[in-house]
Structures are given as C-alpha cells and as structure tokens.
Ligand binder design. Sequence first.
Ligand SMILES: Cc1cc2nc3c(=O)[nH]c(=O)nc-3n(C[C@H](O)[C@H](O)[C@H](O)COP(=O)(O)OP(=O)(O)OC[C@H]3O[C@@H](n4cnc5c(N)ncnc54)[C@H](O)[C@@H]3O)c2cc1C
Length: 480
Amino acid sequence: MIDVIITGAGPTGLMLAAELRLHGVHVVVLEKAPQPTPVVRALGLHVRSIEIMAQRGLLERFLAHGKQYRVGGFFAGIEAPWPDRLDTAHGYVLGIPQTLTDRLLEEHATELGAEIRRGCALASLAQDADGVTAELSDGSRLRARYLVGCDGGRSTVRKLLGVGFPGEPSRNDTLIGEMEVGVPPETVAAVVAEVRTTQKRFGVGRVGDGPYRVVVPAAEVAEDRSEPPTLEEIKQQLRATAGTDFGVHSPRWLSRFGDATRQAERYRVGRVLLAGDAAHIHPPLGGQGLNLGVQDAFNLGWKLAAEVRGWAPPGLLDTYESERHPVAAAVLDTVRAMTLLVSTEPGPQAVRRLLTELMTFEEVNRHLVGKITALDVRYDVGEGHALLGRRLRDLQLKRGRLYDLTRTGRGLLLDQTGRLSVEGWADRVDHVVDVSEELDVPAVLLRPDGHIVWVGDDQADLLDRLPRWFGPAGPAQAQG
Ligand SMILES: Cc1cc2nc3c(=O)[nH]c(=O)nc-3n(C[C@H](O)[C@H](O)[C@H](O)COP(=O)(O)OP(=O)(O)OC[C@H]3O[C@@H](n4cnc5c(N)ncnc54)[C@H](O)[C@@H]3O)c2cc1C
C-alpha cells in the first residue's frame, strides 16, 4: 500500500511530496495534466516562503532564477518604503514566475524520491478505517493510507468529500496572457498609466526580457474558466478598456481567472486532507495564494509523516487544520480589504488615502507587511514566552546559519547552554549546541517547520514538552 497519494502537482502538492519524502514516506503524486502548464500565474515568493526554501536548502536554486526586490507597495499597491527591522534574514520579495517555481519544486520532490504520475486524474475516492481507495479516470485503482487533495480551486477531492466551500462567488473575470505588442514601449506605458487611474484590473507590461503580460477585464463571468479566451477576445476587451488593442499578436498562452473568495469548511475528513487552493481561493491581490499553499504543505508534511511513521502524538495531525484554517481565513480577510482599497469609488479612495498616511508610521507599515509576508503567523502552542508559536528567523550561529542545519526536516533543539539533551528523541530531533548574538533565550525547541514550541533552560521542562510534538521517547515505531 502507498503511504500517501497527493492529487495535484502544483506548488502545494510538490512541496508536500518533498516534505513527506524527507521522512521516508512512500508518496505518489497524481497530476491530470500530461505536461506542466505554460500559464504563468504567480510572479513571486514572499519572505516566509523564501525562508522555507532556505530551510530546505533550495534557496540557491531559487535565487539563481529569480530577482530580489526590496519594495513596499504589496499592501493594496500602496506606495510605502520596505519596513526597517523586519524579523528575518531574508527581507525581500523574490520575483520568479510560477512555472519556474513549479519546476524547481518538482525537481526537489523527484530528487527526494517522490513519484509523479502525469496524465493521471483522480475521479473518485472511498475511505475506510485502514486507508483510502482512489479511482483514476482510466478506471484503475490505487490504495493508500492517506490522500491529500492539492488539486486546486476546483478541487475534485473537496467535492468528493462534500466539504462546503462557502464565501463570495466570482463577480468579475479577468483575462490574462503573454504575447507581443505592435506599438512602441512608450505608447504602451502612457496608455497603461492613463487607464490604471480608473481601472486597476488592467496591465500591459513586459516580464523581464520576455513577452508582454496582458491583464484586462473580461466582458462577463465565464461558465467554464478552464476554457482559455481567444486572442480576438483579448483584443476586443483591450479596445473596450483602453481604446486600443496595442496590436497584440503571437500569444504564448492565454487564460482567465475569477475573483471568488472561498474557504473549505474543513481541511480533514478522516484520512483525506485538503491543502492549497483546494482549501482556499481569493483574488491574486498581494500575491499570496501560492505562498499560502506552500506554507500549508510545510505545516502538514511532517505531521502526516509522523502519523505514517507511527510517532505522531495524539491530535498532532488535527493541528494542521486548527493552525492553518485561521491563517488562510486571515489572508482572505486581508484580500477582501485590499479589494476595496483598489476600488476607484470615492469612499474606498478616502480610506486608501487615510491608510496611506498611516503607513508612514513604521509600525503600521511593518504590521501590514507582516500580513503579506506571513511573518505575523503565530500558532497556538500554549501559553508562555512571546517566541512560542512563531517561527525562528535564520540566525547567524558560530558554525554558520541556522537554516543550513534544518534541511533534514527534523525537529531541532538549539541549545546555547550545552547542558540539555534530547536523548530518546534523537531519531526525530537534532541537538545543536551553538550560540547566536541574535537569540536572547538559553534554548529553543523547533518543530520541523521551524516554529518554536519550547523556550527555556530546564531539562525536566523540556522532557515534558518533547512528547507533545514528537511523541513518546524511544525508537519511533513504523506502522503497518
Ligand atoms: C493571475 C494570477 C496571478 C497570481 N499571482 C500570484 C502571486 O503573485 N503570488 C501567489 O502566491 N499566488 C498567486 N496566484 C495564486 C497561485 O497561482 C495559486 O494559489 C497556486 O497555484 C495554488 O497552488 P496549488 O498547488 O494549491 O494549486 P494549483 O497550482 O492549481 O495546482 C493544482 C493541480 O492539480 C491538478 N488537478 C486538478 N484536478 C485534478 C485531479 N482530479 N486529479 C489530478 N490532478 C488534478 C491540476 O492540473 C493542477 O496542476 C495567482 C493566481 C492567478 C490566477
């Protein structure tokens, strides 16, 4: 029997597959598309996702393909300087097209031994006490202990589970594509600047040295958004919105997207879980969907691995939903607020001016950037020190950087006292004795996702905390 079937080889499914493989879990990823899509949706990674890549030794690869920007303006496009004193060693936005992010994550997952089966669509599923039976669209069947739906906003898994997806429906569709233009760049820039004063869902701009990315409102909400628009439809909408079609030609790809905002009522039904867009969708303002999905996968991976490997303490897997559902709900709210702030109506414009003023206060700016970058995420891991539940930044230690020590995906005790021990959990938790000028507590215990679950210097207190996250002491028992 397979340990975990993942449906969907988007960024969420691929990140999850890699995280599971770090713990030796047998993973099969089912992807209905025979080839990776050429459609470029997300254009970058925010701080927390960049940190995640660093935690798994992937940052070099991403930096080699992306561009670093230290820019404000991610909160509803309000111009503001990049805040000082962000709690991170990776304080920038990494511009990288989603097609590359997907490719790098797929490489990482396959290097670790994940099996990705393209051209395989999940059609139905049934679960019982021991596992999940997945039926593919060709009628073949697979059996696994767990199945995770990372199959995007129109998730088959979510629908098969009958999990509600409440929220607001799409009211406005937008057409998007990459293509060439037939007019000089200055003409494009002048028209775009003029149109964007009243229409924010519009843009014609070059991505690096590549073709132009065209974004334009659609005439109506589509019945079936998987059907791409034609070039003629794009031209017609450009003329309707900007008075010119810029002579666009030679499209690389064309697509459309809606602005629905929805969240799954539950992230887990028995042995089946949901992550990424399958669990939450929202308009792309602020550029957070991919980031949120990667971060879901990072939270879920080690917990599901612990369950499969047999060392998960009771309730660990359920903390995936209790931790990640509120995070996505907060992002959805931020996006709702940003959607109003980009409206050109007088009321929202007045609120926007007010917020623009407020953002000149460093603390307000940092607070809002914390929402976009996910640096504000703090899980409820119990009362105590202010660091509890937060992820630890990439500290400079005597021997190097902290994140270079977290590539195995195990827990980590960072011990500045040299007097502590994780004996009994050594197969799940690494013990690093080192010091950092950036850490003013004696020791911290990190989960595999880098979140802090214990702070202190008392061995008895540590022994009390370890089982809560890493199960009982002694060699981990593999199930099955
Ligand atoms: C125009 C646009 C711009 C965006 N910009 C940003 C941005 O700047 N930053 C950001 O963070 N996010 C952005 N997003 C959002 C981002 O693209 C998504 O949030 C992200 O792709 C979600 O990843 P995922 O892996 O959860 O789902 P997906 O990427 O949708 O992947 C799901 C996969 O599941 C497969 N699948 C579906 N059904 C089945 C089935 N039955 N069986 C097998 N496989 C199946 C699909 O083929 C697909 O490959 C943008 C979105 C749009 C539309």
